[in-house]
Structures are given as C-alpha cells and as structure tokens.
Design a protein around this ligand. Structure first.
Ligand SMILES: [Zn+2]
Length: 341
C-alpha cells in the first residue's frame, strides 16, 4: 500500500488507539484482550471469531515467565508472546496446557520451537495428536474451505461490507488453522501438585477431573489468582463433549472452598469472581437435576432435548448453542452410555 496521507493518518490513529488503551489495564488486540489481573499476572481473553478462541494468560516472576494455555493457533500465541515482551525482558520458562482441546493447545509448536517446557496432565500426551483431530479438519478440507470463501469473496460486491468482512475473517482463520501442527506437551503429571518457581514467585499446578479427565489448573499464591482452564467458564455455557459432570461439580466445590476470595481466569468468558464460578457450578448442578428428573419421568433422550429448557437465569450466558447438546451429554452420562475415551 502506498504511503498516502490517508494511509498515514489511519496508521497514526490505529497506533493511538493501541497506545491509549495500553494503560496497564487492557490492551487492544484483534484476537484477544489483555487484562491485568494482579501485579505481573495477566489474562488474555479470547474475542469471538478470532484466532485465539480460548482464553490464555501469563505470570511474570522475578527471573522468568509462565504462559498458561497456548490458544487455538500459532499466530495468536505469537501475538501473546509479543505482548509479554513489551512488558518484560525475562524469558518464558514454562507453559501449561490446561487440557488437550485445540483452543488451548493449538500454539504449542511455537513454544516448543523456543525451547519452552510445556506441562500438562498425562492424558494430554495421549489425546493431543489423536482426539484433537476432530477439532482440526484435514489440510485438503481446510484448503477447499479457504478456496470456497475466496471465491465467494470475489463474487461479493464492494458495498456488501459486512459480508466481505465476515468472509475475510473466515479466510484469516482458515489460514491460521492450516499452520497448526498438533504438538505434545513435554512434561506431564497425573496426581498431586507441581510447584514451579519463577524466581521468588511460585505457581502451583494441580489436577482435578471434570471437563476432560485430563485437566490442570494453576494457582498463584502471592497474587491470589487461579487460572482455571476449562474447569471454569464465566457467564458461558460449557462444552460437555468429554465431560463427567458427576466429577466436575465436586471439583468446583473443592476449588471454591480452597479459594473463596481469589480472582479466576476462566477458559472462556471474562475474568471472574468466586460468585461467577459458583454460578457456573450451579448451571451444571441444575442441568444434572433437570435431566435426572427427565429420566425419572420416562423421557427418551430426544424428548429430553426437546422438553428440558434452559432456566431463565442462564439465558444471558454466551455459547447458547451448547444448551441442547448439553442435555444429551448429561442424559448419556446419567444413563452410563456416554462414550468417553
Ligand atoms: Zn475445553
């Protein structure tokens, strides 16, 4: 693009927006918003339709940095690393995968290439390059979808700006997905806790079941912040595809009991309080109670999906598309017919 006066002005304005929002609380990004949760503790909250998809975050210690989750794509984690480097010159020493789902591990290859140790639950090592294939279409399929979107864009008139922008976002996302190489963590554990030192600052990893059977969360004691991964969703309906709700509810009760006044970085949704995490726990409990009653009333699974409506208080939650599939997953879990690996 030539350096016309308009281009220069647009660029200056864009820089101004970036700088003026970088006041220590939040920064502007296409794919995620950086939120300062405590001194040296940041959440990266995913924006809808972008290249991050799931939340991530990082902790800056005295001698090194820990990254919690690696987003959905290499491009998004590269952006997060750039953000970290504007805040500190300290090296990234550790990364954590909260679980195997691709929207939390898709950037692993970038960290492995930088020699960063990636820590996860043992089951992530089993599932990362196998079960994740259902979230990552084959290269030829991605190519075809990109070609289809490009063709549609070329046929869309210039004045249909919203449609063109949507197609451009789709192509950008497909390009970023084509760069993903499913990459394992480098160190795993399956019980107890793991204490990581970032100089004086400590981060404690622990594992409890619920969302996938291979979930890790992190506590930063000196800041009283918990990174939940997908064990915690804030004002958002969860994905239950790999879940055992019967494990998940006691897991949340344990975490809330241990951390009654912490700040929580959820896997999806904004930075949360204990009350927000309790609301999420109550959604799971309500879902289980409704489906249990439906089974007792003799409903078949399709009748349960049709008849068991979401209580009003959860209708403002994001990801409403999960409302009905969650009834089916809960039904199968209670019936003992859910297929879990
Ligand atoms: Zn997940």
């Amino acid at each position: 693009m030539p350096f016309t006066p308009k281009f220069v002005l647009t660029t200056i304005f864009a820089l101004f927006v970036l700088i003026s929002s970088g006041n220590g609380q939040t920064r502007t990004q296409d794919d995620f918003q950086l939120v300062k949760v405590a001194d040296g503790v940041y959440a990266a909250i995913a924006k809808p339709g972008g290249l991050a998809s799931g939340n991530a975050g990082f902790v800056i210690g005295n001698d090194s940095v820990l990254v919690f989750d690696t987003f959905f794509t290499p491009a998004a984690i590269e952006d997060l690393i750039s953000e970290i480097q504007t805040l500190t010159k300290l090296p990234i020493k550790y990364a954590v995968n909260s679980h195997y789902h691709l929207d939390h591990t898709g950037g692993n290859q970038v960290l492995v290439a930088r020699g960063v140790e990636i820590i996860a639950h043992d089951n992530v090592m089993k599932w990362q390059t196998t079960k994740n294939k259902r979230f990552l279409p084959a290269p030829e399929d991605l190519q075809k979808r990109r070609a289809d979107a490009a063709k549609l864009l070329s046929e869309t008139p210039e004045d249909q700006k919203d449609k063109r922008a949507q197609l451009e976002r789709t192509m950008r996302r497909l390009d970023a997905m084509m760069a993903i190489k499913l990459t394992n963590p480098t160190r795993t554990f399956s019980s107890g806790t793991m204490r990581l030192k970032l100089g004086k600052r400590e981060v404690i990893l622990a594992t409890l079941p619920g969302h996938t059977g291979g979930d890790v969360f992190a506590f930063v004691p000196d800041a009283n912040v918990v990174f939940m991964g997908d064990l915690g969703w804030s004002k958002t309906l969860p994905n239950l595809v790999d879940a055992t709700v019967n494990d998940w509810i006691p897991t949340l009760d344990t975490i809330l009991k241990q951390h009654p006044a912490s700040k929580f970085v959820p896997g999806h949704g904004n930075v949360a309080t204990a009350a927000d995490i309790r609301d999420f726990r109550d959604y799971l409990d309500d879902l289980r109670a409704r489906v249990k009653q439906g089974i007792a009333d003799g409903l078949a699974v399709d009748q349960a999906k049709e008849q068991l409506k979401l209580p009003e208080k959860y209708k403002s939650f994001a990801f409403q598309n999960f409302a009905t599939p969650n009834v089916e997953d809960m039904y199968k879990e209670l019936k003992g017919t859910k297929q879990l690996q």
